[in-house]
Each structure stands twice: as C-alpha cells, then as structure tokens.
Unconditional design. Structure first.
Length: 99
C-alpha cells in the first residue's frame, strides 16, 4: 500500500521534513517513490509547501495520507474531512465534592 507521509531530514535537534510517497512498509527514511513537497516546523509560521497536482494524482491512485499529512490536506482543500473513528467512548471525569 502506498502512503503519503513525512520523511525526516536535517541535523539532530533541527528537523526538516519532506513530504513523500513511499511504500507503507518501508522505513521512515527509506527510499521514496516521489517527493511532492516539504514541511519545516522551525520557521514562524511553519512552512508547508506541496505540489497539489502531484498530491491529487497520488490520492486518485490510492495512496493513503498519514494522520499529520491528512490534517494539512484538509486545510488545503485536497481532502473533504478526516475520517476518524472513536477509539474510546468519551469519559467524563468525576469530581469529588469536598465537605
């Protein structure tokens, strides 16, 4: 299965990420099929550049974005919404009343 995910580059303590399309079972810094953008969390505001045409091509081919990439795709309008399943029911914290 193809995944669209982040590939870390940069020195220790100074991360930069490339947005890549790669096989789902390959390691994080493994060989990628295509680089479609980059992400730099160290700038203010963070830099997120992506080739929208390439991203939509890969999404049409069946590539699945990671959770982080999916959030940015929703902001850019490439995805309609995130499909999130409820893992746990909402737990209400009980507050003890002190007398």
């Amino acid at each position: 299965m193809l995944k669209i995910r982040l590939k870390r580059t940069g020195r220790r303590g100074q991360p930069h990420y490339r947005i890549v399309v790669m096989e789902g079972k390959s390691p994080r810094d493994g060989v990628s099929i295509q680089e479609i953008g980059y992400y730099n969390p160290r700038t203010n505001p963070t830099t997120f550049e992506i080739d929208k045409e390439a991203a939509t091509e890969w999404l049409k081919k069946g590539a699945q974005p990671s959770d982080t990439i999916a959030q940015y795709f929703v902001k850019l309008g490439l995805l309609k919404s995130l499909k999130r399943g409820s893992k746990k029911p909402n737990m209400v914290k009980k507050v003890r009343e002190e007398k």
